[in-house]
Design a protein around this ligand. Structure first.
Ligand SMILES: CC(C)(COP(=O)(O)OP(=O)(O)OC[C@H]1O[C@@H](n2cnc3c(N)ncnc32)[C@H](O)[C@@H]1OP(=O)(O)O)[C@@H](O)C(=O)NCCC(=O)NCCS
Length: 214
């Protein structure tokens, strides 16, 4: 617990902007620890240098299944990727991606069908990693403190492969264009990949049906 709090607080001090990462108190982590394998950590001779957290929100108000329009009866099949952090000295080793992969296997093992998480539009590194783990953008909405968040989704069990040639129109839009992306999502588009640009990044939207994998 203390190692996690220390790493969390160190990362918080180092953020380019506070709104990309929500800080939690120890009672929040106590609740998380009730679930076996809810936390995956990476240790080196420097101690804990990275962790990933998952949570099963069940009937909690903040179940992200609601933000993507899942039917009420499916909400108890939702798992959240709740947070991932890597110590600045150890970034660039793909640890977020690898911890997420390990946690997706845990979620599958637990029999949970839907996986959701939030990512800030000001956090392209995390967005790229979550895309590469097979998630798509299903919503973009203000969350805690009014901070904008992509609501990312992955169907964890039995994903279906789709024929991309039948997907129709594909639109690339600047990551900083919040209103434009909200409009696209309201029209039934989903975000399925991103590309870094010299200034910022762009997100690609298409009218794919889900569940699917690319
Ligand atoms: C998001 C985060 C977990 C990714 O760490 P990671 O797994 O080490 O990232 P990657 O290995 O995918 O790194 C990809 C590239 O981005 C760079 N990078 C990683 N994090 C970066 C950051 N915060 N700022 C700038 N560049 C960063 C890496 O150096 C690497 O560059 P390279 O390919 O040229 O070596 C880490 O940046 C972090 O802890 N951020 C603060 C907390 C946070 O935002 N968590 C996610 C939301 S819960």
């Amino acid at each position: 617990m203390q190692d996690i709090l220390d790493l969390q607080n160190q990362i918080a001090r180092d953020l380019p902007t506070p709104e990309i990462f929500r800080i939690h108190e120890d009672d929040y982590f106590q609740e998380i620890f009730r679930l076996d394998r809810a936390v995956i950590g990476v240790t080196t001779e420097d101690g804990l240098i990275a962790y990933s957290i998952i949570r099963l929100p069940r009937d909690a108000e903040d179940n992200l299944g609601r933000d993507i329009g899942l039917p009420e009866m499916d909400l108890n099949k939702v798992a959240h990727l709740q947070a991932a952090v890597v110590h600045p000295a150890y970034r660039g080793n793909g640890l977020q991606r690898r911890m997420t992969m390990a946690h997706l296997a845990v979620i599958e093992d637990l029999g949970y069908e839907h996986v959701c998480c939030t990512v800030s539009p000001k956090n392209p590194v995390s967005l790229g990693n979550i895309f590469s783990n097979g998630f798509v953008i299903r919503n973009l909405t203000p969350k805690f403190k009014g901070w904008w968040r992509y609501i990312m989704y992955k169907k964890n069990l039995c994903p279906i492969k789709v024929d991309k040639s039948k997907a129709g129109e594909e639109i690339a839009i600047a990551g900083r264009d919040i209103k434009g992306q909200v409009d696209l999502l309201n029209q039934g588009f989903i975000g399925f990949k991103m590309a870094l640009l010299p200034e910022g990044f762009e997100v690609f939207y298409g009218k794919y049906q889900y569940p699917f994998t690319f």
